[in-house]
Design a protein around this ligand. Structure first.
Ligand code: ADP
Ligand code: MG
Length: 498
């Protein structure tokens, strides 16, 4: 069992005998993978011609009535279950008022006091073991449109295709304590969102947007420091850099006896510094109130159970099964649980072979390498079907073919989508392992006869030459001879000849 460590925040800075901890809480928006928007039937089509995937509802025309998209609720329930969270029987939507040109209604419909998902946690890897990152809640809200300022020097443009798109906002407790933990948390959450088909969760494409709340405090106190919110960070790399730069800025202020202002800051990756976006004093009063046009969301136990039944085995459960029951290494199990497609491939293949270790190695080794080279992301598109790979592995493990033959002669044909099975290929090309000792010995003698000088050198003590002899015999056998056996026979023949 992996152990949960009770980790206090990591020690970060040491100056004048004062030690500081970094405290981080995340707010992560994920774009939900639905066909239509949160409160209207507009198709989600961000990339199409601007202002074509819109309707009077998302533009906030008077007299229009939003209607909640049921699919978004089910996706929220899935992620809630995946994060071991509580699902309250009632949640509701509120209006959050602010003015911005990309928000034509003058308010955003979001959840505030009663979010759809409460609590929960996600385990992340740390150098000292697993750490539970607690979630505050997860709520649903609509996205805004997109203001575009760089197309024209005189004008700004607005594209409302994104307006009303469904977002899931997840808020963690302030319990992360380093760049590494943040990076691992985002990856773990991203993986879960993809695993459950809740979101494609691509950071670079803005499908996942992460705001980082950060503060520092003396290690000797429990009291949290004033936080700064870092916004508009669009890669893990920038998130890590921004945290490290901001932490140092805060510690420098404290060292000089200054006070940290609560504010929102951006990160300039070129200058490697954060800069103020807006201060707390200027923060809006959003005047939240319950959205009168959308009734409270009622979630019955039966509904939750129905969603739970459709939930696939979670990556963490699958990983545990691989390490504990199938005895794979942590490394193998982790790679096999990286996404559903590789895991599902493995699940099918193990119905056809009991050689789980070699299967894992073949998959995360040569097969994955080939897929990467051909820019194929998913094992679903692997030209070698799982039962075919299992057949190949069974041939090798039962010593009917050598590893050399499997990888150099049979695999390339399989990857080329041949209709033949590995057994058929081995038969046709006469690739079955040569275990006839007399024949092997003859090959060894033939090979040694072609290099008398080397044999003489070997006998004078240049023992490393054995590799050369073995290699030459392997070549002569076309990879069909068991390498261990070749070594054995080469040694025998050499010691028996003067
Ligand atoms: P608000 O309601 O003002 O947005 P929240 O309490 O919801 O504030 O917190 C927002 C985010 O900030 C959460 O992820 C939370 O974990 C984080 N957070 C709150 N206080 C701190 C702090 N002192 N240091 C770092 N992060 C914090
Ligand atoms: Mg908040």
């Amino acid at each position: 069992m992996s152990t949960h460590v009770d980790q206090k925040s990591t020690l970060l800075s040491h100056d004048n005998n004062i030690l500081y901890d970094t405290v981080i809480g995340l707010e992560i928006h994920a774009q939900l993978k639905t066909n239509t928007k949160l409160f209207s039937g507009d198709i989600l089509a961000f990339a199409s011609e601007p202002n074509t995937a819109i309707s009077p509802i998302v533009l906030g025309y008077p007299g229009t009535l939003p209607q909640l998209n049921k699919a978004t609720i089910e996706l929220a329930l899935k992620i809630g279950l995946g994060c071991h969270a509580t699902i309250p029987s009632v949640s509701y939507f509120e209006r959050k008022h602010y003015f911005y040109p990309d928000l034509p209604k003058g308010y955003q419909i979001t959840q505030n006091k009663y979010p759809i998902i409460q609590g929960g946690w996600i385990d992340i890897k740390t150098p000292t073991g697993l750490k539970k990152i607690e979630l505050d809640h997860i709520h649903l809200e609509e996205d805004a449109g997109k203001a575009i300022h760089d197309l024209d020097p005189q004008h700004s443009y607005i594209d409302f295709n994104r307006a009303g798109a469904p977002l899931l906002e997840m808020v963690t407790k302030p319990c992360l304590s380093s760049e590494l933990e943040v990076a691992n948390f985002i990856s773990a959450y991203q993986k879960l969102l993809r695993w459950l088909s809740v979101s494609d969760a691509d950071l670079e494409k803005g499908m996942l947007r992460c705001d980082v709340n950060i503060s520092v405090k003396r290690t000797t106190t429990e009291q949290l420091g004033t936080r700064v919110e870092l916004k508009n960070l669009n890669s893990i790399r920038n998130i890590k850099k921004a945290i490290s730069v901001e932490r140092q800025r805060m510690i420098d202020i404290l060292k000089q006896g200054g006070v940290i202002e609560q504010e929102t800051r951006g990160f300039d990756a070129q200058k490697d510094m954060t800069f103020s976006l807006r201060e707390k004093e200027l923060a809006h009063d959003y005047c939240y109130f319950p959205e009168p046009d959308i009734p409270p969301v009622q979630i019955t136990n039966a509904w939750v159970e129905q969603v739970a039944k459709q939930l696939p085995t979670l990556p963490e459960q699958r990983q545990l099964y691989y390490t504990h029951t199938l005895l794979l290494t942590d490394y193998q199990a982790e790679l096999l649980c990286d996404n559903q497609s590789i895991g599902n491939y493995f699940e099918i293949a193990i119905q056809y072979t009991k050689h789980h270790q070699p299967l894992a190695n073949w998959m995360i080794g040569p097969i994955k390498e080939w897929l990467n080279q051909h820019k194929i992301d998913s094992f679903e598109e692997c030209p070698v079907a799982p039962h075919i790979l299992a057949n190949l592995i069974n041939l090798e493990e039962s010593k009917k073919i050598t590893h050399d033959v499997a990888i150099k002669h049979i695999l390339p044909l399989l990857l080329n989508s041949t209709a033949e099975s590995p057994t058929q290929i081995a038969e046709r090309l006469n690739l079955f392992q040569e275990n006839n000792e007399e024949e092997l010995e003859q090959w060894v003698r033939d090979v040694l006869a072609t290099m008398p000088d080397k044999v003489a050198e070997f006998k004078k003590g240049k023992l490393g030459l054995i590799g050369l002899f073995v290699g030459a015999v392997k070549k002569k056998s076309n990879g069909k001879a068991d390498p261990q056996k070749i070594v054995q026979i080469v040694e025998q023949v050499l010691s028996s000849t003067k």
